[in-house]
Unconditional design. Sequence first.
Lengths: 248, 667
Amino acid sequence: MKLTLKIWRQENAKAKGAMKTYQIDGIEGDMSFLEMLDVLNEDLINKGEVPVEFDHDCREGICGSCSLQINGEPHGPDRLVTTCQLHMRKFNDGDTITIEPFRATAFPVITDLIVDRTAFDRIQQAGGYISVNTSGNTIDANSIPVNKHDADDAFSAATCIGCGACVAACKNASAMLFTSAKVSQYALLPQGQVEAVERVENMVRQMDLEGFGNCTNTGACEIECPKGISLENIARMNREYLSATTKG
Amino acid sequence: MSELKSNIPEGPLKDKWTKHKNDINLVNPANKRNIDVIVVGTGLAGGSAAATLAELGYNVKTFCYQDSPRRAHSIAAQGGINAAKNYQGDGDSNYRLFYDTVKGGDYRSREANVYRLAEVSANIIDQCVAQGVPFAREYGGLLDNRSFGGVLVSRTFYAKGQTGQQLLLGAYSAMNRQINRGKIEAFNRHEMLDLVLVDGKARGIIARDLVTGEIERHSAHAVVLASGGYGNVFFLSTNAMGSNVMAAWRAHRRGAYFANPCYTQIHPTCIPVSGDHQSKLTLMSESLRNDGRIWVPKKKEDAEAIRAGKLKPTDLKEEDRDYYLERRYPAFGNLVPRDVASRAAKERCDAGFGVNKTGEAVYLDFKSAIMRYGKEEALIHGNHNPSDKEIYDYGKKVVENKYGNLFQMYEKIVDEDPYTTPMMIYPAVHYTMGGLWVDYNLQTTIPGCYAAGEANFSDHGANRLGASALMQGLADGYFVLPYTIGDYLSKDIRTGKIPTDSPEFDQAEKDVRDRMTKLMNGSGKHSVDYYHKKLGKIMWNKCGMARNAKELQEAMDEIAELRADFWENVKVPGSLDSKNAELEKAGRVADFLELGELFAKDALTRNESCGGHFREEYQTPEGEALRDDENFSFVSAWEYNDNPREAKLHKEQLTFENIEVKTRSYK
């Protein structure tokens, strides 16, 4: 395949960025999107140009490093995959592909296609845990039975990989889907009940402090989420939050 | 250099750890506040160690090259974590887990370490459940288990096909709690470039801020390396793109011995290579072998027809299929350990029975599992006379529930539906059993420098059993290292803050800067990847699943030549003082180019076959690995030399007092 790539280039956080156009040839359908970028970079290096910087690591859809807004969609046109698992067979010979970083005030660009997502870490630090010491002196695991339905829902919420696609997809750059996934995981488990009130209050406060927008129930986040995290989690977090504020 | 001291406590095997914990020195809580610990790597071992050390009261600094600790490559572990809980009542015990692990490692691991691992395994599950890790459960609300290779019990706990992510998020949440309390300072997007020794003790590191390029000095009273394995020396592996040996190798250069580098795990079930553009390989969890049956065509002409695209695997009748693992190993069947399964796949493919265009793949087939589960489900649903279609639909649902995300991943990559046509798989580099040599306390040969998780060599011998890496990472980090490091740190309560303006830090920083400048000043002939791919090809072809003396010698020469070429001609664009992915890669590949040669040397020195190390010269008439216990029942611990082939070998003799050493058989 022959492709035209329009890629956001930005030297560093302070520099002004711009879209730059590249031509690329010899792309095969079996390549992943990132392997296509590897080909471009190898070409740039050989030409003496500076290669395109992008975040990536596991390349099997689980670490949440890769991002990229491809033709206006986080992780590109395929559903339920991250960019690293998007394959070039989804594109056609002669296509023009636009590649930008995830855009959000709370995700400032570091360089080229790399953004700073540490706001997500700070939301987790504000309360995304159960306060249990790691001494191993807890009770036997099977003395906490969990209804299978709840356990499965908690697991589904916990599959969030923290990539930020939900924020990039949202017209308000809201982080509600991300935050609610963690709140839901613990809200559905008996272990999470003790700190439920403080957790949701602290995590929501931090989320607001980071400059993420509010949720207007558009649902773009759920559609673009590579792990299919459900909007139900946002509803659950809203209930938890309401209940916490009335208790608190 | 003196003899290696493993510091294994005296006394009966099952009392050693308890006794040791009672005997070692403690640091009082007030003094812990004055002691700093650096943890490099935030995967299961590093993340859990950092959280626990901070909880105990030490001041912890963590370092990871990823943008968040949550992205360390432990996250990609799929299948599960072992623990001797015996929840299934199938006869499991600490001893049996210990026995399976020592046998699985082909009697090349240290008894006392492995027993301790088995002993603390049950605590890991309790701990993780208390943290809210959502393990799979049965309808009664209790935890579910499954089986992994090389064992006859069900002791593996799991969270669908992403156990690693769930356990890592557990450790990350424990870290977050400590970050929130100010007890952990997390340096993300940072890479350790050197270890700093003061008076022979590890007292800090030199790190690079990967965003600004700034070189930083960080001091501490002890340094924990939990930086993972070195599988990427093969270029293509199931490791993350950034996984590297730098932290461990820098420590090795500063005096830490490197143990058993040639023990590599080549995992039998990975998606086959599709072309030269390939940047990494994807694992299909071993848990699939619970239900999938592995086969190749019985007749060569069928294999040829399949390769040519003239025949489909589903067209082949039952009697024309060779379920070679079930045939060769009736007792364990498809659940033989990884090294055995990988070699058997290679044997069939080399003999001309492989499938895929390349002939380098075998089938992993779920048809019989789907039908078996389907019949059961039909009965449960009161359908006593189901049609084949109904059985299939019922069964598909069960398989989807168990392995859905893996099947989806396969389909996205290969563009084939594994529910209707068998998966194609082939072995790929996955894990490295070798690593920094450590004693019973997980201390390397450098005082104050510890190694945990995959970065050390200690528990898996020459072959790791499935679902044991997660167990070891968390055991080391949560339950072993936080105790043993206290014994060392108890001598540091009066030391005070370690200054970073000492000549030792000056020198280490200068070394780092010189090295990076040299990397930037290559003649610019070839990219870093060009060298990495070349190294990978040498490693795979000559140090891979089967090795022989002639090729190992060639590998050493070729790697040495490639290393010289690399330093002279590598091309690193961009600048030193900004984000520069090529520079990061160049530093890592430079270390792989040294490690690769030592790897080959280690393999050449070990004149036997054991576990993942298979030397063609040493095999039984049936093609099984032939160990030489008389001459090679030792750990190879290498002392660094600039010229890796001149590295000095130290031997730690292994003794087995609680287990009978015999030929490993899964027949």
